[in-house]
Design a protein around this ligand. Structure first.
Ligand SMILES: [Zn+2]
Length: 103
């Protein structure tokens, strides 16, 4: 695989206007921002058997940061397999560990 010369995702500058509450209505926009690729490694949805195997993740865990539960910029895209591990890890050392386990 050819290394990427720039980050594989770009967050939009304005928070999308959504109907509804919570983080689930943002899923479509988060997926676009992350270009259907894991936020923590180059794993794309197509290589993980499709969109249904990815979900929106709270980068800062809801249990520790309840005020960020529906904060758009706290929402990242990642494969389902990372859920249990990510929920138990604090943000400071989360990215390198997840990247190691994803790839
Ligand atoms: Zn990954």
């Amino acid at each position: 695989m050819k290394p990427r010369s720039s980050p594989h995702f770009v967050r939009r500058r304005e928070v999308p206007k959504i109907a509804g509450r919570g983080h689930l209505p943002y899923r479509h926009f988060v997926r676009e921002d992350f270009r259907a690729t894991c936020a923590y490694c180059p794993l794309e949805e197509i290589w993980a058997a499709g969109v249904e195997n990815f979900e929106v993740d709270h980068f800062r865990p809801q249990a520790l940061f309840p005020e960020l539960r529906a904060s758009y910029y706290n929402l990242y895209l990642r494969p389902l397999e990372m859920r249990a591990m990510a929920n138990a890890i604090y943000a400071g050392w989360r990215i390198p560990l997840i990247a190691t386990l994803c790839c």
